[in-house]
Write a protein that binds this ligand. Structure first.
Ligand code: PPS
Length: 684
């Protein structure tokens, strides 16, 4: 795409806007921008530059990526990745997909600042979306949405019969500039301070980077000073330009996702685990062009008011944020698209491979999403790294460049703080595992011991989402926000022992995530009851409230057991477990023996690892017995730790007759509990 080739780009005002955009985004210092400008004659396609800018912005937003960012920017400057940028008048381009992609890139850049603000970054990461409405071109006509859903399909054609569901109003001319994201003074200084040392380091990085890129097999980097061509048509194996196929699911030969397959699939389709719905959404730009976005969501998501992330097939990302932007028309699956099921499922497998490869780069979720957009456009094969590299090579030199850079310069945070959970590549999600109770049976010990495993991350506090209406009404996003960051291979665990006795929790949890795995730790009911009393005793003591003796609470005036005494009721496990078994198959609930956990923690934790299908990692070196505390304490590579002093407090002494009464009372309910869960405990 060049002037020589007859492309009529818009007048210099566009150039000015472009410069403003670069500076406004803080992507380049003025000095570097000048350097870029000097090289403007050797210009690649706009899409390439736009991608660069978008990446720059993302790198800016990802502090841990400073090293690759500076290298990349230096490479960009010296390589001359610059051109006159403008929204081209539609008719000035002959190639439809180029035209579309240019528009997409343009609107993507225009929308960058509102898309991510530093405060939003973490929360928004798992489902990064470039929100609509978006940019526009000089002609007032641009792609209205650039959706980073990897499974979305954006079509630039007028789709016959598609409904106009969303209209992008043309923007006023003054809206063409990019709002500058808020930055701290410190950041400004770091970026624009003319730091010679940094510039020197960047030049050093640059030569390394360029050597690396040129050396990369099949790299699109040309010999002339590292200029990277964006002529994708010349890249081996690239079937289409990026714009055309961006984010579009790969199709089997002769199989169109929007229409029917030209030839029937020979093999029975290998469907994903859950029924899938194809959701197709249309949107229309200000000038009336219509775009269609298709995404695939599980029926669980379709029917449930809440998103069920964990039930999504690998590689499937669902963006509930889109919901409020579009009305959508679910198309049940199987449908005409059923014939393409094999193609879909192959695509999911492929995308899972790509995700793994991108994960290796250590890039942020946001950055990975962008890379994925570029990579998931052309066929490739092989293992993780080579697959991603092959795809990147075939689809977009920018993707190859970025992936190469990220592999070569792992994010600082992972390199420097290898012992810490890396903030990159992580996101919040619903918990995979919930410790539902029983209160005072050793739930904290169980949670702490679980976190000895590197693939477990735990919510710090008890969330009480499913048992407290006030929290439940805050919605699932609130709940998810309470969860810690987790990388793709980590399980998130939450513990709220009050769930076990809550009448509502089992059903609510099942509705939120039927695939969640539940851990129920139980303890001798009488001991648990005494522990419960002790806890309440100390709570009241702290609040300077009267502390009646246990017998006064537990026995009625005529000396019978007081069934309304809550700690007593909580030890009647058979009553409460019934509700859980109504909602979840027994195989989803693992019982931990709390009495054994005290004396033989490793044995119990091995069983938990097996239940959660975790690679066995917890071993005897993780435990040591603390004589003073009288309990096992924990040791991992970071530290040694014992549970809080509030665990293991002395229980009140209870009259032997009352104790006997309690043992007798619990015998029958205990037997019932054993039958219900299919397992007996030594509780007599
Ligand atoms: N390793 C280790 N260290 C300390 N404490 C341990 C440990 N393993 C199990 N336990 C037992 O945990 C009991 C407290 O249970 P919970 O953590 O479920 O209590 S709570 O419901 O969260 O308040 C607590 O009960 P009490 O002894 O009655 O305080 C402990 O017996």
């Amino acid at each position: 795409m060049s002037r020589a080739g007859g492309t009529a780009l818009s007048p210099p005002v566009s150039v000015k806007v472009f410069i403003e955009m670069i500076l406004g985004l803080g992507c380049l210092s003025p000095a570097r921008a000048g350097l870029v400008w000097r090289h403007h004659r050797r210009r690649p396609a706009a899409s390439f530059l736009m991608n660069l800018m978008k990446m720059c912005y993302e790198l800016e937003q990802t502090p841990e990526l400073l090293a690759p960012r500076s290298s990349l920017l230096a490479a960009a400057a010296a390589g001359g990745f610059c051109m006159d940028v403008a929204e081209p008048p539609r008719d000035s381009l002959t190639h439809r997909s180029n035209k579309q992609h240019l528009s997409q890139s343009w609107s993507a850049v225009q929308r960058v600042p509102p898309w991510i603000s530093s405060s939003q970054t973490r929360v928004a990461e798992p489902r990064s979306v470039l929100p609509l409405p978006g940019g526009r071109g000089a002609s007032g006509d641009s792609v209205s949405g650039w959706i980073s859903d990897p499974l979305s399909v954006i079509e630039s054609d007028r789709t016959p019969g598609s409904e106009s569901l969303y209209t992008v109003p043309p923007l006023e001319p003054s809206q063409g500039t990019v709002p500058t994201p808020e930055r701290t003074t410190e950041e400004e200084e770091r970026r624009d301070g003319g730091n010679e040392q940094q510039a020197h380091a960047e030049r050093g990085c640059l030569s390394e980077l360029l050597t690396m890129i040129s050396a990369a097999p099949g790299s699109a980097a040309a010999a002339d000073g590292g200029f990277i061509s964006s002529e994708r048509e010349t890249s081996a194996g690239a079937p289409e330009t990026l714009g055309r196929n961006q984010g579009k699911p790969e199709q089997s030969p002769g199989c169109s996702l929007e229409g029917s397959c030209q030839k029937p699939m020979p093999a029975p389709p290998q469907l994903p685990q859950l029924p899938i719905t194809l959701r197709r959404t249309s949107l229309r730009s200000g000038s009336g062009r219509t775009f269609t976005m298709s995404s695939y969501i599980s029926q669980a998501e379709e029917t449930s008011p809440r998103t069920n992330m964990s039930s999504a097939p690998p590689g499937l990302v669902y963006f509930p944020e889109l919901e409020h932007l579009f009305t959508s028309q679910p198309i049940p699956y199987p449908s005409p698209e059923a014939k393409c099921a094999e193609s879909f499922s192959r695509k999911w497998r492929e995308e899972a491979v790509i995700d793994r490869g991108l994960l290796e780069t250590g890039a942020s979720v946001t950055l990975r999403t962008s890379l994925r957009q570029m990579v998931v456009t052309s066929p490739g094969a092989g293992g993780s790294r080579s697959h991603v590299r092959a795809k990147a090579k075939a689809s977009d030199p920018m993707a190859l460049l970025m992936i190469t850079v990220l592999w070569a310069f792992p994010p600082l945070s992972t390199a420097v703080c290898a012992d810490e959970a890396p903030p990159t590549g992580s996101w919040h999600k619903l918990p995979d595992v919930i410790i539902i109770g029983v209160r005072k049976a050793g739930t904290r010990a169980l949670l702490e011991m679980l976190t000895l495993h590197p693939n477990i991350v735990a919510a710090k506090a008890e969330v009480h989402f499913f048992d407290r209406d006030a929290n439940y009404q805050r919605g699932e996003q609130w709940y998810i926000a309470q969860m810690p960051n987790a990388s793709r291979n980590q399980l998130i665990v939450e513990k709220t022992p009050a769930y076990f006795t809550s009448a509502l929790a089992p059903e609510r949890i099942r509705r939120a995530n039927p695939d969640v795995r539940l851990l129920l730790i139980v303890r001798k009911p009488v001991q648990r009851l005494l522990s419960d009393y002790t806890q309440v005793f100390y709570n009241r003591k702290e609040k300077r409230k009267p502390q009646p003796p246990m017998e006064a609470l537990m026995l009625t005036a005529d000396g019978e057991l007081n069934m309304e005494y809550k700690p007593l009721n909580r030890s009647l496990y058979c009553i409460h477990v019934r509700r859980w078994l109504q909602e979840f198959p027994r195989s989803r609930i693992h019982l931990v023996d709390g009495d054994t956990l005290v004396h033989e923690p490793l044995a119990e934790m091995k069983k938990v690892e097996a239940f959660l299908q975790l690679e066995p990692q917890i071993n005897s070196s993780n435990f040591y017995f603390n004589q003073t505390r009288g309990f096992f304490c924990l040791r991992d590579r970071l530290r040694e730790r014992c549970l809080h002093q509030s665990k293991g407090r002395k229980h009140p002494s209870v009259a032997p007759a009352v104790l006997q009464k309690l043992h007798d009372f619990f015998r029958q309910p205990n037997q019932r509990f054993f039958r219900m869960v299919g397992r007996a405990f030594d509780w007599d």
